[in-house]
Design a protein around this ligand. Structure first.
Ligand SMILES: Cc1cc2nc3c(=O)[nH]c(=O)nc-3n(C[C@H](O)[C@H](O)[C@H](O)COP(=O)(O)OP(=O)(O)OC[C@H]3O[C@@H](n4cnc5c(N)ncnc54)[C@H](O)[C@@H]3O)c2cc1C
Length: 367
């Protein structure tokens, strides 16, 4: 996105990536927020899925038919799409690994596996495992989740999300074109424990992962105290996407934030207004992501009315049109966390009334 915007504005741009289009470990879920803002994403490369089943401990599953489907991409296809757009705009694509970056007065000297390169400005988009640690978010282990899973050669027509009362994270089963991306993310848990939990769940559903490709990666989930010190920019450089820690700490959504921060970085640099970048990210979505980090643990592991939050969420989802409407917006990515808080507080009494009436009616109908 950044390279495309810069090249489109006539700036000489090199896009350096050691792998270019590859099957990066990822669910590949792209929300309505992303494809409504970038309609080129909705042009048939992905699998569009509307039916979602949510599962939690000790309660029946809840079905949610998404008014705005989730698009599920193979990351190889999504990367290729974005690279093609950058190349078409005039960016030069260079496949190599950057091994070091040094300041050379008002410019930068890059060491790469294919020799040295020079640049006036840098946009660091090296992902969560950013090896250029002098740039981008200075994360510690508290700022990360483990995410792992399998690409399983199987067909499935709906999404499954499984919550657990003792896990800050969840399992997802995302149907893609030609295979299933089954994964789990969790904070403060070992990769081995997460893998075991996922494998047990797949076995329960009768989904065989024998011979399926395994993947594991780090996923940012910045801790509350890390947001104020997050480094989005410095003299001569801007950081975007995962390298800048821009991932939703509750859901793990990062594709939209990577695209939008890349777009902003490219646009502002082309207009020579790069000093506005950090404030723009902060006001558009950074402050909301920081607020989300205060909720993450409570959302998954908190309790409400004597039960786990996730169990209650499913019970309420089955009984309250208001909660269904909020969930629709959460899946579409169209509601911020601060707005969500206001909405839930404002509607609390009517929502509880809805739930009580529906539970009562259900009892009468059953008896
Ligand atoms: C298991 C898992 C599941 C996820 N599921 C979802 C999901 O369903 N939906 C969603 O929105 N988000 C999801 N995310 C998050 C999402 O994958 C990331 O937020 C997103 O890919 C960030 O994009 P990026 O461009 O910043 O980094 P990346 O996509 O990681 O790209 C970084 C690029 O930098 C290149 N690179 C790194 N170092 C160098 C170097 N030294 N030299 C040259 N090249 C280099 C790499 O080759 C890579 O291509 C998931 C993440 C994980 C780990």
């Amino acid at each position: 996105m950044a390279a495309e915007r810069l090249a489109h504005a006539g700036v000489r741009t090199m896009l350096i990536d050691e792998k270019m289009a590859w099957e990066k470990p990822c669910g590949g879920g792209v929300t309505f927020k992303a494809y409504s803002q970038y309609p080129f994403l909705a042009k048939g490369l992905s699998h569009s899925v509307s039916t979602t089943w949510l599962h939690a401990d000790s309660t029946p599953s809840a079905r949610l038919t998404l008014e705005q489907p989730l698009l599920i991409f193979s990351r190889r296809d999504l990367n290729q799409l974005l690279l093609d757009r950058a190349a078409a705009a005039g960016a030069e694509l260079i496949t190599t690994r950057v091994t070091a970056v040094e300041s050379a007065g008002n410019s930068w000297s890059l060491s790469t596996r294919s020799g040295p390169l020079q640049a006036d400005h840098l946009i660091i988009a090296t992902g969560a495992r950013n090896p250029l640690r002098a740039f981008g978010t200075p994360w510690t282990p508290d700022d990360t989740m483990v995410a792992l899973g399998y690409f399983i050669p199987a067909n499935r027509s709906h999404i499954d999300i499984r919550f657990f009362a003792d896990l800050e994270g969840y399992i997802w089963l995302f149907p893609r074109r030609g295979h299933l991306s089954a994964g789990i993310c969790g904070k403060g848990v070992t990769a081995a424990a997460l893998r075991q939990r996922l494998e047990r769940y797949l076995a329960q559903l009768g989904i065989s992962y024998a011979g399926a490709q395994f993947y594991a990666h780090m996923l940012h989930s910045l801790a509350v105290g890390s947001w104020p010190n997050n480094r989005l920019a410095g003299p001569g450089w801007l950081a975007v996407g995962d390298a800048a820690g821009l991932v939703d700490p509750v859901t793990g959504e990062g594709i939209y934030y990577a695209m939008r921060s890349g777009e902003l970085a490219g646009q502002l640099l082309a207009e020579r207004r790069q000093e506005a970048y950090a404030a723009q990210v902060e006001s558009e979505f950074g402050a909301d992501l920081a607020y989300a980090s205060t909720l993450a643990q409570r959302v998954y592991m908190g309790r409400f009315c004597g039960g786990s939050n996730t169990t209650r969420m499913l019970q309420f989802l089955r009984r309250s049109p208001r909660i269904q409407a909020v969930m629709q917006e959460l899946f579409a990515g169209t509601i911020g966390y601060r707005e969500l808080r206001t909405r839930i507080r404002g509607n609390f009494k009517s929502t509880m009334a809805e739930i009580a009436i529906n539970s009562f009616l259900r009892r009468i109908v059953t008896s």
